[in-house]
Design a protein around this ligand. Sequence first.
Ligand code: UGA
Length: 435
Amino acid sequence: MEISVIGAGHVGLVTGACFADLGHRVVMVDNDAKRIEQLKRGAMPYYEPGLEELVARGVREHRLAFTTSLKEGVQKSTIIFIAVGTPQKSNGEADLAYVEAVARSIAQHLCGYRLIVEKSTVPVQTGHRLAQTIKTYLKKKHPFDVASNPEFLREGTAIQDFMKPDRVVLGVESQRARQLLRSLYQPLGVPIVVTDIKSAELIKHASNSFLSMKISFINAIATLCERCGADVQQVAEGMGLDERIGRSFLNAGVGFGGFCFPKDLEAFIKISEQLGYDFELLKAVRRINEAQKGSVLEKMQQALWVIKGKTIGVLGLAFKPNTDDMRYAPAIEIIEGLLREGAMVKAFDPQAMPEAVHHLPTVKLCRDPYEVARHADALAVLTEWNEFKELDFARLKRLMRQPLIVDGRNIYDPQRLQALGFRYIGIGRGTLEPH
Ligand code: UGA
């Protein structure tokens, strides 16, 4: 199949590279000339495990090409995926200006039947707007269909998520669109859910909001655990074995971040409002998440009494492991809070250091966890990178001014660290230390 993907961001580039790997001919289009040049040279615009190799293979085998020309993309393909950004406006709504601009350009270059597929996360009813816009700007009367094919991939495991998703959702409203998309995804051998376009659009926002709700739920339980002396890890295990609940996304921590959950939650609250429904449940999810980010500062304050003048080491800056992405990372707000209180902050992240320079210019960036620990009054773990799970704790303790660990991702065994002589504070793991 001839495919073009418009927008070479986190979703678009993975989608294009994966379709090319499945044997299709893919043209990746992006209006960022620098990014396209970079991709042509084989350099990735962001870190995603396995992506560089996949892109290199696609290019080598002439199935994957890059261009800044939308016209070329439209002319060379039957299926056009729109994967441009839908950033957040100041009122929380998704900004659809890029999507609309792409729709107008597609209309101008259309030459024969095309299937135009929304891949970007968009509010319900966007598909119909898209169809109307294309119709309005069409130069000659060419047939086309619009479909919705929301993406569920996660940063850090994006390729695996694309190749082996739990399900593929196809929002289609014509036989031709259904057949084209079905034949594209059939080789993956995974469940395919076919719906109308609006339902597919809703599935995406509903899924991300539901997962955010699970995280805020367990974070609220973590707060209760701290107040009554229970352990949230054990509670999550006990709850998660119930198939109706499931263990995943029940990891208590410093709150959810990234460019998807916070933004999609805001957008969904706004969409509901516009549809005349006050989605109070999601407002509570947002509130709990904000409070959760503040809890690290509270824990530090309680353990150190005064933060001013203290040196605090941070392990992990990315919003989750296996990515260099720091957009809406809880680490940013937490560190800004510590700095406001007068702490000196040192930090290390295995991938996000180049990003950290922009997001946290006053933080001292270190080479490794041990440099972070040197003369620190406390260490805070904010991202659960595997390499932080086993450290030379005796060395850390020798380097630190005070052996205090605030484990914001519950990666350590409290008893083990206490036996090694650390003061340990996790999230929702028994009562906090006595005052
Ligand atoms: C999320 C969804 O999981 C994907 O299905 C979706 O396609 C994507 O958003 C998107 O809309 O593009 P992603 O943002 O890459 O993917 O990351 P997640 O693994 O979902 O984690 C999001 C945040 O939740 C992270 O900050 C993570 O640390 C936090 N989290 C996750 C928890 O605090 N606890 C958990 O149990 C799970």
